[in-house]
Write a protein that binds this ligand. Structure first.
Ligand SMILES: [Zn+2]
Length: 314
């Protein structure tokens, strides 16, 4: 999401007034001459906006220029980055048509399903590119050495969690729909880097009050940074490493992973962070004890007694 804005560097020009420069520098190094003020339309969070701005042309490279559009990251005929962000958020969180309808309730104007789809895919593509860049940088020895030299600050205690979920993959067109044995479900792998902080007593929930009496300190996650991919574990591992480099996981004094017991997860952790502390999350560990108890004891009382003792010890 952070990468989703436009950054252009053009000289400041009093834009919406009448003033303009007779000439400006072209991106190619040549000279652009003022032509006229021309109308353009964009779609913003305030609906359709029509505005006029100075147009420059006449460079040898034959590329014209509207500095106002560049400075604000506007593409005439398109949606603004502010609206694009909203559309993409809706597109990620809802089915496209449903999202479009609820968006209308907030914005008070209508956006087509195709626009929501296009902006959602554009955002996805930007995120994919940002991930790919990060992966590339952290797979090259020279850039890792550069990073080592610059000594970025390292977190004291850092946590990581990884999990996977099945997601349904919809066919994109008729041709895809017709394919027999088409892959309908795929593993979405998700990870999160985070730090811990102590929850102040005054903010304890009823459940946390009980827990505080038993365990003393209540922790919660902060500065969560998520990453995800629909690729196989090996490829996901590269993103795991890359995002870890971005948060200094390899330089943390203490690195702790809390995950379920899935083997691919532990393999990735051992491969990239041999010295990390690995903890099976409470839910899965307690569940395993229950399964052992069910297998080991036919007698109900015995089974319960063993399980309670083992859970308490855990
Ligand atoms: Zn030029």
């Amino acid at each position: 999401m952070k990468n989703y804005h436009f950054a252009y560097h053009v000289p400041f020009i009093p834009s919406f007034g009448k003033a303009h420069y007779p000439e400006i520098k072209c991106a190619c190094g040549g000279i652009l001459k003022y032509q006229r003020r021309r109308k353009a339309t964009i779609w913003s969070v305030f609906d359709k906006v029509v505005y006029k701005r100075a147009i420059y042309a006449g460079c040898v490279c034959e590329q014209g220029c509207a500095p106002v559009d560049q400075r604000y990251g506007i593409e005439p005929g398109k949606v603004t980055s502010g609206l694009a962000r909203l559309l993409a958020l809706i597109g990620v969180n809802h089915a496209l048509d449903e999202g479009r309808k609820s968006l209308k309730e907030f914005l008070l104007f209508e956006v087509s399903e195709n626009t929501v789809r296009a902006e959602t895919q554009k955002l996805g593509e930007l995120q994919r590119q940002a991930d790919a860049d990060l992966v590339k940088a952290t797979q090259s020895e020279s850039s890792l050495q550069e990073r080592e030299k610059s000594q970025p600050p390292a977190p004291d205690i850092l946590y990581g969690s990884i999990d996977a979920a099945k997601v349904r993959v919809e066919p994109r067109d008729k041709k895809e729909k017709a394919v027999e044995n088409r892959e309908k479900w795929r593993d979405l792998k998700v990870g999160c880097w985070y730090e811990g902080e102590i929850v102040p007593k005054s903010q304890h929930s009823a459940r946390q009050k009980d827990k505080a009496q038993r365990e003393g300190v209540i922790l919660r996650a902060k500065n969560q940074k998520y990453f995800c991919d629909i690729e196989k574990a090996g490829q996901f591992g590269k993103l795991f490493w890359a995002t870890g480099c971005a948060v200094g996981a390899d330089r943390a004094r203490v690195l702790v992973f809390i995950c379920d017991g899935a083997i691919w997860i532990w393999n990735l952790i051992v491969h990239y962070y041999q010295n990390a502390i690995q903890i099976v999350d409470w839910y899965h560990a307690a569940d395993r004890l229950k399964r052992i108890a069910d297998e080991a004891f036919a007698n109900t009382d015995e089974r319960r007694a063993w399980r309670e003792k083992a859970t308490e010890d855990l």
